[in-house]
Design a protein around this ligand. Structure first.
Ligand code: SAM
Length: 235
């Protein structure tokens, strides 16, 4: 168990993805070059000033592994007062979100095309986020791949570092063993309060649209488990 103010766990690389760069559409390729200056944040291994990036001071959400970005775009559209940052490693998904951000004129969206683990460790200042969303992270069902799961104590340390006190962490998965694993890991952090109370899941968040990945799970007959935690100010 990790005390909230203890130094972070020694760094152990979490490699939660395998880059299979599928074909990008011509529109996505064009978006990556033409729309990047408006909506992209280049990865940097040093903390950035988010007030400068967004040109204002505001509440800020990070979505990790946004896929095609539909949930992030919907959230940004519904909350123009919240700055929304998406981190995704697959360029096709990044291109998809850039097109959507442009089409819907989502000036509160910025995209980082890089490993979110490093983004959290190095690029985002401590206490800079009011919310973090991680929807349908790769479940890595085989035991020998469990070390690739995003949700593990070393990452939760970093999520907690990035969140402001009172900030919320929302997750969803369609893989029951991963849902149970998430709950078990998150419950060990005294600084995190389960908003469902006890050892429970929350109801589906009304603002979480059904993503392409979730729809695929529904076709396969999978259930969905939503989790929500709040960072408490302790001490
Ligand atoms: C199963 S998909 C779910 C996508 C989306 N959230 C949805 O609900 O449709 C998981 C996504 O997480 C991304 N991902 C995995 N590890 C990541 C990391 N360390 N940094 C950024 N993106 C990551 C993958 O590229 C993939 O797009």
């Amino acid at each position: 168990m990790n005390a909230p103010d203890s130094p972070e766990r020694p760094h152990r690389r979490i490699r939660s993805f395998v880059l299979r760069e599928g074909r990008l559409t011509a529109a996505q390729e064009r978006a990556l070059s033409e729309l990047w200056p408006a909506f992209g944040i280049d990865y940097s291994p040093t903390p950035i000033d988010l007030d400068t990036v967004f040109g204002r001071s505001a509440d800020r959400l990070l979505e990790i592994g946004f896929g095609t970005g539909d949930a992030l775009a919907a959230y940004a559209s519904a909350h123009p007062d919240v700055d929304c940052i998406g981190a995704e490693v697959h360029r096709s998904g990044v291109g998809h979100l850039l097109l959507k951000a442009q089409a819907e004129n989502l000036r509160n969206v910025k995209v980082i095309c890089h490993d979110a683990v490093e983004v959290l460790e190095r690029q985002l200042p401590a206490g800079s986020l009011t919310a973090i969303h991680i929807f349908f992270p790769d479940p890595w069902p085989k035991k020998r791949h469990h070390k690739r799961r995003l949700i593990q104590p070393a990452l939760v340390d970093r999520l907690l570092r990035a969140l402001k006190p009172g900030g919320e962490l929302r997750l969803a998965t369609d893989w029951q063993p991963y849902a149970e694993h998430m709950l078990a890991v998150l419950q060990t952090f005294p600084a995190l309060k389960n908003l469902a109370g006890g050892n429970h899941y929350v109801d589906r968040h009304s603002e979480r649209p059904i993503t392409r990945f979730e729809r695929r799970g529904q076709r396969l007959g999978h259930g969905v488990w939503d989790l929500a935690f709040r960072k408490e100010s302790i001490g």
